[in-house]
Every structure is written in structure tokens, then in C-alpha cells.
Design a protein around this ligand. Structure first.
Ligand code: AMP
Length: 541
């Protein structure tokens, strides 16, 4: 039809062309394996990305082929983020923390043509290589001492002096593939299109989302192998923000030193990281984090006490967000609305500890067990369903788990939520993690948040354990703070007046540590397995 706009695809190459021409001098900073800090620019990084794209084509990689990465957050991984989708191939980020068996399953399932591996990660990758048959392996290494039969990353790029410019492609083609972390079963592939990632970047940068701009200095602690590093490499390229990459050093001391020395304005990570940063800052006061405007925390629930502690003790603003691998990942974000700007602090904190309201284009609803949609009254619990242009419509390579989508195409998240009248979500649990006691649901997430406020409790996971009389009852597994040993009466006293009495855990078990998944979430399914006979063995309460 005449008179309409140009039909230009929303593809990653268009976003990169602008970064290359408008922001070539902007910095990309990366910590190296030897702990030194390297400085480069968008111009050099995007030159590397174009060279990688050309090198992959020269190796015979075709549009649509999967090229995997097994890397930390650093500049060559950014080349891959940009260059692989720009070449028409699909960037497949492998989670370096998974077991070799699971990784081998994922590489075989995705049928990766090439895998780019950090030399420092070779000992972790070697057992995977033995299980995946013949695939081309490229090793990122400063020297030429690389395993036999592999290709040298730097040499491949050096040979591509005539790498062509970034060319547009159909926005509906696949750009990035990421497998879920398998908290509740076998990992599943989620394939993001160019269009989805470009729109996600636009939404993410908005003032009421992450508020990213050219002047922002962004450090993603979230690994680049987890849900597109929450979209930050693409959103930063879109606005021309400076990127700071932590390399292999994700410990609190290394991160805090980068936050301070690089005057970072935005950082992002899971609650485990946030808790480690808080403990470090408490123990080592005096850091200047005055540039830090926003710490995005998501991937698991962020307790209100931690949000307050960052404000009160360190002047750092924590923003809580919810998302999933299947939602690219940004779904909701908890920004206090302007009408509450003068509300009492308690009310504002209570809002900030919820998972917040959906971003633009993301739609939410929740369905009760009887199949009816629940009202938005902040009371009725149901399973959250979402839809939007960056929400998966199937698992890769297709209908692997059709039951995760409703007949009208909404994604069934497995998260149990209440929705407030303006769409603000509170997550009460994963469907599989709820405790169903006497037919009523107990939120383990709420119990955990309250228990964490107890000074003798450093970490806590509450799980459902089969119980003869009630069906299931909650068991609290606790890592004690040094020198303490919380007991069941302590815990019950602490819960008095905070949650309903029938929610109190029936038992408290003090443990040395709690198992986590590759992205730092507690493996509740494993704990449920280990403790499944707990109430049979100890006399039922
Ligand atoms: P993943 O795909 O590994 O990112 O896991 C997604 C799941 O993490 C969601 O379905 C939620 O159960 C959980 N999750 C993510 N963000 C939050 C949050 N802010 N609060 C509570 N749970 C969350």
C-alpha cells in the first residue's frame, strides 16, 4: 500500500550499524583472566564481530546454523553476541555451570555446528567434547597452546581483513538460542528472533524500565550464558551505553572494585549476587558507589529486607524484576508509581518487593485451578500466563511441550501469582514448589523471605514434604549464620504475627549448604527428593 512507512526489518544488524557509526568511540571495558582491565571501543568490538561473521562463513557456517559459546562475560563473547546473529547464524549460549551430561544433551539437541570455548574453561569443556561427536571447536586463547584439533580464535579473525558491513535480514529469523536452566526438569531450547530482541532492547531501555542512555555505564554480573545476559548487550548497543564486562571474576570483591573504579551506573544480577555484594559492602565500608543508580535484581525473589538494607546502608537503589528464559527475559519490573511518591516508606518498600508490573507489549493474566481466570484483586492466586512479542511460542525446534501454551497461545509460566488492580504481580511460588497443606496453599517464597530476617539464618529454603495427615507440610532447611543454631521454637516465635500459624514449618533442619542450579537458584526439586520421607521417619507432627 502506498503512503505507508518503509518496511525495514527490526534486525540486530541495523542496531549494530548505528552503534558503529554513531557511537564508535564509546568504551567497552573488560576484566581479563590475569585480572588486568582492558579498554576497547564499540568500533573495535564491532570490527571483531564482523570478522567473526566472515570467519564463520569461511568455515562453511550457513544461515540458521547454530554456533555455540562456552564463555565468560568478555569482549570475544560480545563479538559472538553481535557477529553470529549478524552472519545469519544462531548464537547458542551454553551454560558453563551445567553438568557435562546435560551440556552434551543440549549441544546434540541443538546440533551446534561450531562451539567457541574459552581456554580457561577447557577443563570443564573437555568432558563435554568427549560426548558430542565431531564438531568444530574454536578456542579463545592468548597463546597458541590450544588443544589438538581445535582452531585458534584470534587467527581466524586476523585472516578476515575484508569483512563486509552488517546487512539486514528478515526480522523473523532466529538470532539467539538459549536453553532453560532446568530447575524443574530437562533443559528446553528457546529461540529468540531478531525482531524479539530488537523490541526487547527498546522496551528495556525505557525510563520506567532500566532507564538506559548513552551516558549509562553498565556492568552485567548476570552471565552472558543466561537469558541473553538479560538483553543488556543488545540494549546497550542500541543506546550506545558503555559496557563493563567482569570476565571470570564474579566474586563480590572483584565486582565492587569494578563498580567503583568504572563509575558504573547500572548493574544486574540474581539475588545470590546481590546478597554477596551486600555482605561485602557491610564488611568493607568506604567504597564510593555514588555513580550507581540502579541494581536490577531478578531471576528469584528479592526480599524486602535486602532492598531496604541497600538503601539504608549503601544508598544503592535495587529494582526488582521478573522474567524467564522463555520471556527473553524481561517480563515485569517493580517501579513505584508516581502516585505513591509521597506514600509512607513501608508502603513503597512493600511495592518494591513485589515483582512489579508488565513492561510494554507484555500481557499477563492468571488462572485458578478450576480453569477460571482470577480477578486482579491482589488476593486470588493462580498460575501466571503471559504473551508478548518476546515471549516464546514453542520450544526449539518445535512442539516439545505443547502443554506449556494455552489454546489461545499464552505461555503458562508455572509461577503462582496474585495480581493487583493495575497489573502488579506478586509471585508466591513455582507451581511445583507450593506446599499444599489440607488442600490449602502455603507460599514457600513468603516463608523464606520472613525467615531470612531472623539473625541466626543466613540462607533458607522451604520445601513441601509429604505428610500423612495434611498431604504436605513445610520443612525449613537452614544454613545458620556463624556461631548460631536456630531451633524450631526460635523460628516459630519469629513467625508469630507475621504469617498464619498453620504456615509455620513443622521442622527446621540445619544444613551446611544448599544445592544450587547453574545460575545460582536453589535446587528445590533435589531437596524435595532428598527429604521426601522426612515426616515419615521423624514422627509426624
Ligand atoms: P529462568 O528461566 O531460569 O530465568 O527461570 C525463570 C523462573 O525464575 C521464573 O519462572 C520464576 O519462577 C523465577 N523468577 C524469576 N524472576 C523472579 C522474581 N523476581 N521473583 C521470584 N521468582 C522469579
Amino acid at each position: 500500500m502506498r503512503g505507508l512507512m518503509m518496511d525495514m526489518p527490526l534486525s540486530i544488524p541495523a542496531l549494530l550499524r548505528r552503534a558503529e557509526s554513531v557511537h564508535p568511540h564509546k568504551a567497552i571495558v573488560s576484566r581479563l583472566v590475569d585480572r588486568s582491565v582492558m579498554r576497547t571501543t564499540y568500533a573495535e568490538t564491532l570490527d571483531g564481530a564482523r570478522r567473526l561473521a566472515a570467519a564463520l562463513r569461511a568455515l562453511g557456517v550457513q544461515p540458521g546454523d547454530r554456533v555455540a559459546t562456552f564463555c565468560w562475560n568478555h569482549v570475544p563473547h560480545l563479538h559472538a553476541y553481535y557477529g553470529i546473529p549478524a552472519s545469519g547464524a544462531i548464537l547458542h549460549t551454553l551454560n558453563i555451570r551445567l553438568h557435562a551430561e546435560e551440556l552434551a544433551y543440549i549441544v546434540t539437541h541443538a546440533d551446534d555446528a561450531v562451539i567457541i570455548v574459552d581456554k580457561v574453561l577447557w577443563p570443564v569443556f573437555e568432558p563435554v567434547r568427549a560426548r558430542i561427536g565431531h564438531r568444530r571447536i574454536i578456542v579463545i586463547s592468548d597463546d597458541h597452546d590450544i588443544p589438538p584439533g581445535t582452531l585458534h580464535y584470534g587467527d581466524l579473525l586476523a585472516a578476515q581483513d575484508d569483512a563486509p558491513p552488517f546487512e539486514d535480514m528478515d526480522e523473523h529469523t532466529g538470532a539467539v538460542l538459549c536453553y532453560t536452566s532446568g530447575t524443574t526438569g530437562r533443559s528446553k531450547g528457546v529461540l529468540y528472533s531478531h525482531r524479539a530482541l530488537v523490541l526487547h532492547s527498546f522496551a528495556e531501555a525505557l525510563p520506567d524500565m532500566l532507564d538506559l542512555a548513552e551516558a549509562s555505564r553498565v556492568l552485567a554480573v548476570v552471565p552472558m550464558f543466561h537469558a541473553n545476559a538479560w538483553g543488556l548487550p543488545f540494549a546497550c548497543a542500541l543506546v550506545g551505553a558503555t559496557q563493563i564486562l567482569p570476565g571470570p571474576y564474579l566474586d563480590a570483591a572483584s565486582i565492587v572494585s569494578l563498580l567503583e573504579s568504572e563509575r558504573v551506573t547500572h548493574t544486574a544480577g540474581v539475588p545470590t549476587i546481590a546478597h554477596a555484594l551486600l555482605a561485602h559492602l557491610d564488611q568493607h565500608p568506604g567504597h564510593d558507589l555514588s555513580a550507581l543508580r540502579l541494581m536490577l535484581v531478578g531471576g528469584a525473589a528479592m526480599p524486602e529486607t535486602t532492598i531496604r538494607a541497600f538503601d539504608d546502608r549503601h544508598g544503592v537503589k535495587v529494582i526488582h524484576a521478573w522474567g524467564m528464559t522463555e520471556t527473553a527475559p524481561l517480563g515485569t519490573i517493580s517501579r513505584v508509581p508516581s502516585e505513591l511518591a509521597d506514600a509512607p516508606a513501608d508502603e513503597q518498600y512493600a511495592w518494591r518487593a513485589t515483582q512489579g508490573r508488565p513492561g510494554p507489549f507484555v500481557e499477563v493474566r492468571a488462572r485458578a485451578e478450576d480453569g477460571a481466570l482470577v480477578p486482579w484483586d491482589d488476593q486470588a492466586m493462580g498460575e501466571l500466563e503471559v504473551r508478548g512479542p518476546w515471549v516464546a511460542s514453542a520450544y526449539y525446534p518445535g512442539d516439545d511441550a505443547p502443554d506449556r501454551w494455552t489454546d489461545d497461545g499464552w505461555f503458562r509460566t508455572g509461577d503462582i501469582v496474585t495480581i493487583e488492580k493495575t497489573g502488579r504481580l506478586t509471585i508466591h511460588d513455582r507451581a511445583k514448589d507450593l506446599v499444599k497443606s489440607g488442600g490449602e496453599w502455603i507460599s514457600t517464597v513468603t516463608l523464606e523471605a520472613v525467615l531470612l530476617e531472623h539473625e541466626a539464618i543466613a540462607e533458607v529454603v522451604v520445601i513441601a514434604v509429604p505428610h500423612e495427615r495434611w498431604g504436605e507440610r513445610p520443612l525449613a532447611l537452614v544454613v545458620a549464620t556463624p556461631g548460631c543454631r536456630p531451633t524450631l521454637p526460635d523460628v516459630r516465635q519469629h513467625l508469630d504475627g507475621r504469617v498464619a500459624r498453620w504456615w509455620y514449618p513443622d521442622a527446621v533442619e540445619v544444613v551446611d549448604s544448599l544445592p544450587r542450579t547453574g545460575v545460582g537458584k536453589y535446587q528445590k526439586h533435589r531437596l524435595r527428593e532428598i527429604y521426601r520421607d522426612y515426616f515419615e521417619e521423624s514422627a509426624p507432627q
